[in-house]
Design a protein around this ligand. Structure first.
Ligand code: 13P
Ligand code: SF4
Length: 300
């Protein structure tokens, strides 16, 4: 009997499918994917692929973004209940209320949000382009949703803007403390510290670099250092170890995103066999969310 990974390869060919996986997915899922990356990289691949079917391994907002950016494709999400908790911290109605209170403000929204929330945004951003996106808007006042930590980080880099922060956060990154980093640094004094901008400001203040998961991979590859402390989700360890043989990476042990771990080889195979569950977004929401996402992809 062929292994599950071999069966996936076979089904993938038959369905003319491409498998995309986020850097936080389980190692075996990353190893089976055609592309592994951060939110921005995967969105761009999804928007340009000529495959008939996109299988998205990650969380629901990522699969929704793929569908919004490339609506003619069938987008499968093997685990349709893998929802990012931060995305539920900002509803479309709450954004409409905020816009009523700040009439001159532009809404910049992190992609870690639902499709209906994106439909209310002027422009989306990811952790890798948030600073450039906020710098690119003409309004001085910016409502930044939903991640307050990423919003504060952007505010520190773009002082010319008045950033109105939201009360959302990633529970995984929020739980990483400065003490966690100090403890790891005590054990590995030569290690460089890389931190995801979803971390709290006091954690970011300890970092040698702050960036998206993909930027971390680039930094670790290019650095002469041999050891790194990564203030992010532990799934990133697999990607980093693959990209940087001979280098060592240390994580706060509790930095585990359970929804990112839901997708398994079995659920990918089942999705390809049954061609479900499929991402479906109503036309009006998709059109409005698409404008905000497309604007983001045009920012250099
Ligand atoms: P990246 O875009 O840096 O990969 O992070 C997105 C994220 O938070 C996934 O949870
Ligand atoms: Fe959401 Fe945080 Fe998990 Fe990313 S790591 S999917 S932001 S809960």
């Amino acid at each position: 009997m062929a292994s599950v990974a071999d069966q996936i390869t076979e089904m993938k060919k038959r369905r003319k499918a491409v498998i995309l996986a986020h850097n936080y997915c389980l190692p075996e899922v990353q190893d089976t994917a055609d592309h592994v990356g951060d939110s921005l990289g995967l969105s761009l691949i999804a928007s340009r692929t000529d495959a008939d079917v996109i299988v998205f391994c990650g969380v629901t907002f990522m699969a929704e973004s793929a569908k919004i950016l490339n609506p003619k494709k069938k987008v499968l999400i093997p685990e349709p209940f893998a929802a990012c908790p931060m995305a539920s911290m900002c509803t479309a109605e709450q954004i409409r209320d905020a816009k009523r209170c700040h009439k001159d403000a532009c809404v910049v929204g992190y992609v870690n949000s639902t499709a209906s929330a994106k439909a209310e945004m002027d422009i989306c951003c990811t952790s890798s382009n948030a600073v450039n996106v906020v710098s690119s808007v003409s309004e001085k006042e910016v409502i930044f949703v939903p991640d307050m930590n990423l919003g504060s980080f952007v505010a520190s880099k773009v002082p010319s803007k008045e950033i109105i922060l939201w009360n959302g956060y990633c529970p995984v990154h929020q739980a990483i403390t400065q003490q966690n980093i100090t403890d790891l640094k005590g054990k590995h004094p030569d290690a460089k510290v890389m931190a995801h901008p979803e971390c709290r400001a006091d954690v970011l203040s300890t970092a040698d670099m702050v960036g998206s998961t993909e930027k971390m991979a680039e930094y670790a590859k290019a650095s002469a250092a041999k050891e790194f402390i990564a203030a992010t989700e532990i799934g990133m360890g697999h990607r980093l170890a693959k990209d940087c043989p001979g280098k060592r990476f240390y994580f706060p042990e509790h930095a585990v995103c359970s929804v990112m771990k839901m997708t398994s080889l079995q659920s990918i195979l089942k999705a390809l066999e049954t061609m479900s569950p499929e991402v479906v977004i109503d036309h009006d929401t998709r059109e409005r969310a698409s404008a905000a996402l497309k604007k983001m992809t045009e920012v250099k």
